[in-house]
Unconditional design. Structure first.
Length: 249
């Protein structure tokens, strides 16, 4: 019977499976395993059967309920000592048994097949990343905000659901391991992709979002402090480098 594997440190994780898949959906779970299980089950209901599901659980929440999700394409690993969001996302990227990887928040749920359209877009070779929500950096606001312009080419994508060409993601430097919290880490990563000539596409996809516990149920001072740290790195590294942005639309 399949079991949830456990490693003291994220660096001890060597692989999720020896099998290969066209694409994998990857989640980072640090609490609220009930919501994660709901999200996993919507992937299983709507995604193609050859889509793998990878989960890293950070810390020691009650995970027994997640055992029910384990099967021949669903792999769950726990890091009891905890792991930062950026480091976990990089492990999911680098160890995924697939050419394409979806980084998805556990609050996001499928209402239809969101995998086939993004796999088609990624396999065209035109896009390094395809996502559900994103936008254009507001240069008039000195890069302090992002404006949602709807579907089309964008500067940044958000980690509610972002499908990546794994090689492009790793080559650009992947996620910053200094991002221990998710918020704004996806913007920094997107701009790394843009700086390495990767193109990003925002699409309408059959997805919905439940309560985003990672934001609403995180201690406020931690959330605001870590969000600011992540965004300060963006401003320090990228602000003013308008040449990496797409034409305004």
């Amino acid at each position: 019977m399949a079991q949830i594997r456990s490693y003291p440190r994220i660096g001890d994780l060597r692989n999720f499976t020896k099998n290969t898949f066209p694409i994998a959906v990857a989640m980072i779970v640090d609490s609220f395993c009930e919501d994660a299980l709901i999200s996993i089950n919507t992937v299983k209901q709507h995604a193609p059967k050859d889509c793998a599901i990878l989960v890293i659980v950070s810390g020691t929440p009650e995970i027994k309920m997640l055992e029910d999700a384990l099967d021949e394409r669903t792999f769950i690993t726990q890091i009891p000592g905890g792991v930062g969001w950026g480091e976990a996302a990089n492990a999911l990227l680098k160890l995924a048994p697939s050419e394409y990887v979806v980084i998805m928040d556990p609050s996001t749920q499928f209402t239809g097949d969101a995998i086939t359209p993004v796999l088609e877009a990624l396999s065209s070779g035109e896009w390094a990343a395809v996502g559900w929500h994103g936008g254009l950096v507001n240069v008039d606001d000195e890069w302090r905000s992002v404006d949602d312009r709807g579907p089309g080419e964008v500067d940044v994508l958000f980690s509610y659901f972002m499908a990546l060409n794994r090689d492009a993601a790793v080559t650009c430097g992947a996620f910053n391991i200094r991002a221990i919290y998710y918020r704004n880490a996806d913007i920094e990563f997107s701009l790394r992709l843009r700086q390495s000539q990767g193109r990003l596409l925002q699409m309408e996809l059959p997805l919905v979002q439940g309560r985003h516990h990672g934001y609403y149920d995180t201690e406020e001072s931690f959330r605001e402090t870590q969000s600011k740290k992540n965004y300060d790195r963006i401003l320090d590294r990228f602000r003013g480098k308008n040449q990496i942005l797409i034409a305004r639309r």
